[in-house]
Design a protein around this ligand. Structure first.
Ligand code: GDP
Ligand code: MG
Length: 244
């Protein structure tokens, strides 16, 4: 009798041990998957607001966050706030436009970007086209944003002198084309092994539609002009819904 029961007990013990091991293994797998899922979620939920100083980034940021007018000041630090869109939490990061600071803050957030909004002052665009195009060129050349959806937001549309976004698109394409020529010739003259990316298609004039990232253009006015004409960031909101 004992002869029969002992192996049975042993077998029982073994299968219990096996059960415990399977359970522990399942828990570990779940924890690892959960950690990966959280990491993935946190990687791509930053929306970067960038562009030259005075284009209206901080006012747009304030509108997105609390829809109230706040007096803005020259930003020296990034502003960060969360909004919920389509049940997804998006973190809006308003990057200072100051030349000495913008690269530092851009570098800090670029790898976790879900989307990028490049804000333009549509009133001064013609005068500042060089600077606007140059900074945009640098942003678009960054390997971290090659696959990130981009919105070029032509702000200050409440002003009568503001250029429309299709005009701005054409102005920018022309200027980016010139910039690319200077950059490529500079590159050839200095360092042929440089890893700088060529924006657009070789042998063709620069066009935003040739880039890997999906680029949209939209208009906004972040300013409440008077009681009748209030701020309008609807196109920005629609774009955020699209990418959230
Ligand atoms: N008329 C008008 N003024 C704006 C608009 N957006 C921003 N501004 C003004 O432009 C100036 C710079 O705005 P700010 O948000 O500080 O720009 P930032 O430097 O890009 O953060 C401020 O005086 C704003 O009130 C807009 O849509 N229309
Ligand atoms: Mg600002």
């Amino acid at each position: 009798m004992e002869k029969h029961i002992k192996p049975l007990l042993e077998e029982n013990g073994n299968s219990q041990l096996l059960g415990v091991l399977v359970a522990v293994f399942a828990i570990i797998i779940t924890l690892v998957l959960f950690a990966l899922w959280r990491k993935r979620r946190s990687i791509g939920h930053n929306i970067l607001l960038t562009g030259l100083s005075d284009s209206g980034k901080t006012l747009i940021y304030a509108r997105l966050l609390c829809s109230k007018f706040v007096k803005t000041y020259t930003s020296v630090k990034e502003n960060i706030g969360d909004i919920a869109i389509n049940n997804t939490s998006l973190r809006i990061v308003d990057i200072p436009g100051d030349e000495r600071l913008r690269n530092k803050y851009f570098d800090k957030y670029k790898s976790s970007a879900r989307g990028l909004v490049y804000v333009i002052d549509s009133v001064t665009i013609q005068k500042e086209i060089r600077d606007v195009a140059e900074y945009l060129y640098n942003v678009l050349s960054d390997s971290n944003v090659q696959k990130v959806p981009i919105l070029i937001l032509c702000n200050k549309q409440d002003q009568t002198m503001a250029k429309g976004c299709m005009v701005i698109r054409t102005l920018l394409e022309k200027e980016m084309n010139l910039l690319r020529m200077t950059k490529t010739s500079q590159l050839e003259a200095t360092d042929a092994s440089s890893t700088n990316v060529f924006l657009g298609k070789q042998g063709k004039d620069f066009e935003f539609s040739h880039l890997d990232s999906h680029i949209d253009f939209a208009e906004s006015s972040a300013f409440n002009k008077d009681a009748q004409t209030s701020a309008n960031i609807e196109e920005l909101n629609n774009w955020l819904h699209k990418i959230a």
